[in-house]
Design a protein. Structure first.
Length: 219
């Protein structure tokens, strides 16, 4: 699956141009204002976001701050025409991971995005889930009483998303977007949660009524 990028840029010429250039390597979604960006980010998973600082309505700094308030941990690169240190600091303090001053070179933008997605990880090679030890790199989870259990690629991807922010309740729409191909139904998420619970422990994944799922705390 091609990695997904949310580009938030209101310039009617620059936005489509950046989307087109990045489209060779990314599945790009373009949003022209902060309110739209927040709506899209709530329903879809993205591997990285590029956010312009100056946006109509909700500015880029406020967008990033709101994403972090909602516990969206996706790495963010902020674009800014403001090169002063205090402006860069404001973006970083809001929760951005990196910044790039306009005008910029597309090769540098691509390199920074590769670095953000390569280096960013909320977890180590083995992730503790209660008494279980999840190892995403080899599609396995070790039981405290039954040894190693193998997971499918989709099961691993779903569990990886949940472990990326253990306290966050992810919507089914978000998980569907993150793990499964376009055209799949929301019920597919429920099916794979059932698969994981059947292989492991029901408490490995917790159902959050009216929202979706979050990582559980099995004994």
């Amino acid at each position: 699956m091609t990695a997904r990028l949310l580009l938030v840029e209101d310039d009617p010429r620059l936005g489509p141009l950046v989307a087109d250039v990045l489209g060779d390597d990314w599945d790009v979604t373009l949003a022209a204002d902060g309110e739209t960006a927040l709506q899209v980010a709530a329903d879809r998973f993205f591997d990285v976001m590029v956010v312009d600082r100056r946006l109509p309505g909700i500015d880029g700094t406020a967008v990033v701050a709101e994403l972090r308030r909602r516990r969206v941990s996706t790495p963010v690169l902020m674009l800014t025409a403001l090169g002063e240190v205090r402006d860069r600091v404001a973006g970083l303090d809001a929760g951005a991971n990196d910044y790039l001053v306009k005008p910029f070179d597309f090769e540098e933008l691509a390199a920074r995005l590769r670095a953000l997605t390569r280096d960013y990880s909320g977890t180590g090679p083995t992730i503790e889930i209660g008494g279980w030890a999840f190892t995403p790199d080899d599609n396995s989870i070790n039981s405290p009483y039954a040894g190693r259990v193998m997971l499918t690629d989709k099961e691993t991807a779903l569990l990886r998303i949940l472990t990326s922010d253990p306290a966050r309740a992810f919507t089914r729409a978000h998980l569907l977007s993150a793990v499964f191909e376009h055209g799949e139904q929301l019920g597919t998420v429920d099916t794979y949660v059932h698969y994981i619970r059947r292989k492991t422990d029901r408490d490995v994944i917790t159902t959050v009524r009216g929202v979706g799922y979050r990582l559980g705390t099995p004994a």
